[in-house]
Design a binder for this molecule. Structure first.
Ligand SMILES: O=c1ccn([C@@H]2O[C@H](COP(=O)(O)OP(=O)(O)O[C@H]3O[C@H](CO)[C@@H](O)[C@H](O)[C@H]3O)[C@@H](O)[C@H]2O)c(=O)[nH]1
Ligand SMILES: [Mn+2]
Length: 758
């Protein structure tokens, strides 16, 4: 527990960032947007439909910019002071670490193994940690790989701690060769550990696609005759630190679980898996804090758990109000900085209001909050208030948490912050299997007010707003080098799929009780925090004005009507485009990303908005009509072999990636690429028409037809959709498939005829 004397320096500090210049830029852009709207209103009567459509689109852009401005206004983050932790905290709290995986093909087990090894080896007493892996794929290969990993962990964990290895995921660590200058003892151990790791990789590889070893032992019996979507609960204790030893040679507890699945039961994807993890860990270790990472997000900072503890035990007045500590997600295989920039500037802004949004991975949660407590349920000393205790005792906990006596006991202990006397895990296996039953959650509060929330494929954002609505805050810690690194699909079908899932999931939340518009009036969420959530949840809706706006210049050129202001007032548009470019360019370059990365991200933004996000509206309509439900298709993950030099930060990517194709956009026949191809063809036609002077010569709108400015608009759109232009001339996965091209060409012909005739 933390020493509470006020004379000692705090364990962490909240740092507010000054951003006066950026605020001025935000306001200037907002001012320009309003001027443009005003100009449109004043000239409405002299112009045609395109003018009205442009006006409506710009209204939505202005609204979005207003939300962004409010969100980014006062960024903040927390800085932990690790050196003070040992002085001040005599006994560290336990932490349960959760890893989710769902598909051994799309998520190669060796990647899961590396994530797990990086967690088992963090700098934290081994008897205070437990690692739980949830496998929704019910894969014997994953289980086998994890068992192999636990053997290797007995070498890896002591090696990392003895030599204070910084990157504790072996596949990253061994990318760098041994330096000739190293001391001989270290070199010997390094060679030995590397050999052992290679053996582990080989064993996993040999086991892939080969199932005969399954018959080898009873241990795999649970996996026989199972399908990922149809099997009973499996709980396997891979390694138990029975003596409870906390020294540097010890490996923390390590448990494999896979909840029951039946074809006709809803299993709620990752959120369901997380809730099962909470319950099993509640029965076994019941740690007050829980770390959650995706299976590809390894811990890149060995002190990450201690950093999080500095925040939770921070010693400030509201130390008990912090529900979770979120570290940003960084990626080792992408030079596109879009997400990193978004997390830092938008995420950092939200962090300065009520706290960052929970991003699904790299986050430490408090168990009590996950059990549905609201901030008012605590007294100043962090204990349950007498009212809350009475309420909890009076109500039947079984109704909310399900019919398991062991579970209810563990929940009461967690709520009262009692540390459990540790029972051997074998005693809890039966109870753990019971809470993994398909029907266990039936008519309980799991997924509604307790645990990770259901009904959205972005369970992270949904759970996050649920927590903030109960009045809790959260903290954002962004250490350098990054605390967690994972992979992200490269530009192409996989990225589009992920974007569609995100946009759909965020839109889904608007149709639940957690709608931020409801939050304005009746929840404990702060006003600007609701606005920030509104900004995120409406991503999908932005596709409509963006689609129109990409088509408007072409329409106006073909139709010969004006789109942009004339004369001096054209300056508004030029200034808007120029300032926005400079502003976003600055955001990228200030984080070390290249100009090319900035361009690629601007281009991908337009492509995903008009492609993936547009389809999310389709998904949501089908869901609301009850035609089909939304699904969570996991992103494909690959082990990257790119070496990162000093520091292992993701921002140095470009110098070392010798693969010239890595930045190329990939296509396939899916619908995502139809809008982009259509937009490109239409704009190319308009440019061709303009250069050949083929526009309509008569125009009835006060003599002001389209001019070279509208044609410039078309060129700008083509530049943004450049990957599609190159896709027209490429073959294979880098080329746009003919079927997509034909469909887009057909639509483009219709559009051109409509524009010219109308
Ligand atoms: O039925 C499922 C589906 C997924 N997962 C796991 O969920 C995690 C995230 O899946 P991934 O395909 O990597 O999704 P991303 O879009 O890359 O992930 C981001 O977005 C998700 C939805 O918002 C969040 O759940 C993630 O934490 C966040 O990193 C992975 O570990 C999966 O194994 C399950 O356990 N069960
Ligand atoms: Mn992922």
């Amino acid at each position: 527990m933390a020493d509470s004397s006020s004379s000692t320096p705090p364990l962490c500090e909240r740092i507010s960032h000054k951003r006066n210049f950026l605020r001025a830029m935000d306001l200037a852009i907002l001012g320009l947007l309003f001027s443009l709207l005003l100009y449109r209103i004043r000239h409405m009567s002299q112009n045609d439909t395109a003018w009205v459509v442009a006006f409506l689109c710009e209204c939505s852009f202005t609204f979005i910019w207003l939300l962004i401005t409010c969100t980014k206004w006062s960024p903040a983050e927390h800085k932990p002071y690790l050196d003070r932790l040992d002085e001040r905290v005599h006994e560290l709290s336990s932490v349960d670490m959760f890893v989710t995986t769902a598909d051994p093909v799309r998520e190669p087990p060796i990647l899961v193994v590396n994530t797990v090894l990086s967690l088992l080896a963090v700098n934290y007493p081994a008897n205070k940690l437990a690692c739980y892996v949830s496998d929704d794929g019910c894969s014997p290969l994953t289980y086998f790989s994890l068992k192999e990993a636990s053997k290797f962990a007995k070498i890896w964990v002591p090696f990392c701690k003895k030599y204070n290895v910084r990157v504790r995921a072996p596949f990253r660590y061994f990318l760098n060769p041994l330096k000739a200058t190293e001391d001989p003892e270290f070199s010997k151990e390094w060679e030995k550990t590397k050999r052992e790791y290679e053996e582990l990789v080989q064993n996993v590889q040999d086991a892939t696609g080969n199932s005969c070893w399954l018959d080898a032992g009873d241990d795999f019996e649970a996996f026989s005759n199972t399908k990922p979507s149809d099997h009973s609960t499996i709980v396997k204790v891979i390694w138990e630190n029975e003596e409870g030893v906390g020294d540097e040679k010890e490996v923390p507890h390590f448990v494999y679980i896979s909840r029951e699945k039946k074809p006709n039961c809803l299993h709620h994807y990752k959120a369901g898996a997380m809730n099962f993890l909470v319950r099993v860990s509640g029965l076994m270790t019941n740690a007050p804090y829980m770390l959650n990472v995706d299976c590809d997000m390894y811990a890149n900072e060995a002190d990450v758990v201690r950093q999080a503890m500095c925040i939770f035990l921070g010693g400030s007045m509201n130390q008990y109000h912090c529900a979770f500590v979120q570290f940003p997600q960084n990626f080792y295989d992408s030079s596109i900085g879009e997400l990193v920039v978004l997390q830092l500037y938008v995420g950092g802004g939200i962090a300065g209001i009520q706290g960052p949004v929970y991003a699904g991975s790299g986050c430490f949660h408090t168990r009590r909050v996950m059990y549905g407590l609201s901030v008012d349920d605590l007294d100043d000393d962090g204990n349950l208030s007498s009212l809350a205790t009475r309420k909890l005792l009076a109500e039947s906990l079984e109704r909310d948490f399900g019919k398991s006596k062991e579970m209810v006991k563990s929940i009461v202990d967690a709520l009262k912050r009692k540390t459990n006397p540790q029972d051997p895990f074998t005693n809890s296996i039966e109870a753990a299997q019971k809470v993994g039953h398909c029907h266990y959650e039936y008519q309980t509060s799991w997924g509604k007010t307790v645990g990770w929330l259901y009904d959205s494929t972005t369970e992270d954002a949904h759970t996050s707003i649920g927590i903030h609505s109960r009045g809790w805050t959260s903290s954002y810690v962004s250490p350098e080098p990054p605390a967690f690194l994972g992979c992200i699909p490269p530009g192409g079908p996989e990225a589009m799929l992920q974007q569609r899932r995100w946009a759909t999931g965020l839109l889904e939340i608007l149709f639940t009780k957690q709608n931020p518009l409801i939050g304005f009036f009746c929840k404990k969420i702060r006003f600007r925090q609701s606005l920030a959530y509104l900004y995120l949840f409406t991503w999908g809706l932005r596709s409509i004005p963006e689609l129109f706006y990409c088509l408007l210049p072409a329409y106006c050129v073909l139709h010969s009507s004006p789109l942009f202001p004339k004369g001096v007032c054209l300056g508004i548009v030029v200034a808007l485009v120029g300032m926005h470019c400079l502003y976003t360019l600055w955001e990228f370059t200030s984080l070390g990303f290249s100009v090319h990365s900035w361009y690629a991200s601007q281009s991908f933004s337009r492509i995903k908005t008009t492609g993936s996000w547009l389809l999310s509206i389709h998904d949501i309509i089908l869901k609301l009509l009850g035609v089909s439900n939304t699904v969570f298709i996991v992103s494909k993950k690959t082990i990257s072999k790119t070496r990162l030099e000093s520091g292992d930060t993701p921002f140095q990517k470009e110098e070392d990636g010798p693969n010239p194709d890595s930045d190329k956009f990939e296509f396939d026949g899916s619908l995502y690429f139809l809008p982009g191809t259509f937009i490109l063809l239409v704009n190319l036609t308009a440019i061709a028409g303009f250069s050949l002077g083929l526009q309509r010569s008569t125009h009835s709108y006060g003599g002001s037809g389209s001019s070279s400015i509208e044609a410039c608009g078309c060129i700008l759109v083509v530049v943004l959709f450049l990957p599609f232009l190159t896709g027209l001339f490429e073959k294979g996965k880098y080329g746009i498939p003919l079927s997509t091209l034909f469909k887009a060409a057909f639509l483009a012909v219709l559009f051109v005829v409509f524009s010219v005739r109308n």
